[in-house]
Design a protein around this ligand. Structure first.
Ligand SMILES: Nc1ncnc2c1ncn2[C@@H]1O[C@H](COP(=O)(O)OP(=O)(O)O)[C@@H](O)[C@H]1O
Ligand SMILES: N[C@@H](CCC(=O)OP(=O)(O)O)C(=O)O
Length: 373
């Protein structure tokens, strides 16, 4: 099959596998027999020398049942946080039992958005995952929902999986889902929708195919979150697949048939640029004129002369969004803090020193620290 040829989950040395709540949980309990079949797949991949990172949802749904919370624990943020605290223990216990029965050592890694957005913490997470894999453990990741607050949470594990894949230096991501791939429209509502095996580029038409939230009501992000994850992965040069998780041994099946949707990777961006492109939060925004936008498109640095507006309270080195007349076109590391950037906006280099009181830097965002989105 074409998709298998483009993304071979068997050949990929380091793979991230994400499992959604709707697959894992049924009537408030883990679908243990099914999960055992996934673990058998993971053990087979490990025996063949592949390193695996798991991203497992399910804490909120599991905890909600134990606490007797309505709406699967998603009625309020407080409920979700309490449910996650209770459910994560149960979730880990099941993973630990099944992985150890298969001769594998489980490592629990709970992450917040901030852990992957701050470069120093991101590098720390990367080093920890790397070490765990080198030691032969299977990292099982989830969002640390109990402490993550609305503004600083992923909310869906699809994007967490894509960001974690970057941090882990993975060469592929498989999102196991309650659907076998991306369809031209939500197949739950439109019987004539057809599966798209390969997505070369996430165009606005592709993005518009995702409809509504989670199909099952247990999950969070629905198809839109998976497309957002594919976008992050592609920018990092990592192919991402959505594959059918409703069947037993879903990884072995996907490896054998390639049935699903594969989002092929963009050109391999360098690690720093990939990290920049994948940032979900920024500390501020530089609005630029059409001339500067054209220069950026040609790979040039952003000069203060092209900046028309500075928003946010960022420090030098923070990630800022760069917005042209047609919307946000780039992310970059600010060469100045917000106050100095604001002071020199619109000014040519030769007059900046008088305003700043020190010799100006070559650019407000240097091309090496800038990535076009
Ligand atoms: N274009 C589409 N193609 C496939 N599924 C779609 C599409 N648009 C919306 N969906 C819905 O997204 C659901 C998958 O998201 P979700 O239930 O959150 O999965 P998971 O729990 O595996 O993360 C599908 O069951 C389907 O109802
Ligand atoms: N972190 C949450 C899951 C969030 C999530 O993405 O759920 P899903 O859409 O089912 O993959 C939990 O453990 O319940």
């Amino acid at each position: 099959m074409a998709s298998a040829a483009r993304f071979d989950p068997v050949a990929c040395p380091r793979l991230v596998v994400k499992i959604g709540s709707s697959l894992l949980i049924e009537a408030g309990a883990v679908r243990r027999a099914w999960l055992a079949s996934v673990v058998a797949d993971l053990a087979a991949r490990r025996a063949a020398g592949q390193q695996i990172v798991v991203v497992s949802s399910g804490a909120i749904a599991l905890g909600a049942r134990r606490l007797g919370l309505e709406k699967g624990g998603r009625a309020s943020l407080e409920d979700a946080q309490a449910a996650a605290a209770v459910g994560q223990v149960a979730l880990s216990a099941v993973w630990e039992a099944l992985l150890s029965a298969a001769g594998l050592t489980m490592a629990q890694v709970l992450l917040t958005l901030g852990d992957l957005e701050d470069r120093r913490r991101y590098l720390n997470v990367a080093a920890t995952i790397d070490r765990l894999l080198a030691l032969g453990a299977v990292p099982v990741l989830n969002e640390n929902d109990t402490v993550a607050t609305t503004e600083i949470r992923f909310g869906d594990n699809d994007r967490l999986a894509a960001r974690a894949a970057q941090a882990a230096g993975a060469s592929g991501v498989i999102l196991l889902s309650d659907v076998d791939g991306l369809y031209t429209a939500n197949p739950a509502r439109d019987a004539s929708a057809s599966l798209i095996p390969i997505v070369d580029r996430i165009t606005p038409e592709i993005a518009a195919m995702a409809d509504g939230g989670s199909g099952s009501g247990l999950g969070t992000g629905g198809m839109a979150a998976k497309i957002a994850a594919a976008r992050i992965a592609a920018a990092a040069g990592i192919p991402l697949a959505i594959a059918d998780g409703r069947i037993a041994n879903p990884l072995a099946r996907f490896a054998a048939t390639g049935h699903g949707t594969v989002f092929v990777a963009g050109e391999g961006a360098r690690a720093r640029k990939a990290w920049l492109a994948g940032r979900l939060t920024v500390a501020g925004t530089l609005t630029i004129d059409a001339g500067a936008a054209a220069a950026l498109a040609r790979g040039k640095s952003l000069l203060a002369a092209g900046v028309t507006q500075v928003a946010g309270n960022f420090a030098r080195g923070d990630v800022v969004a760069i917005t042209g007349p047609d919307g946000t076109i780039a992310h970059g590391l600010a060469g100045y803090d917000a106050a100095d950037a604001d002071a020199i906006k619109g000014l040519r280099g030769d007059v900046q020193a008088a305003v700043l009181g020190y010799a100006p830097r070559a650019a407000i965002v240097h091309a090496d620290h800038l990535v076009l989105l």
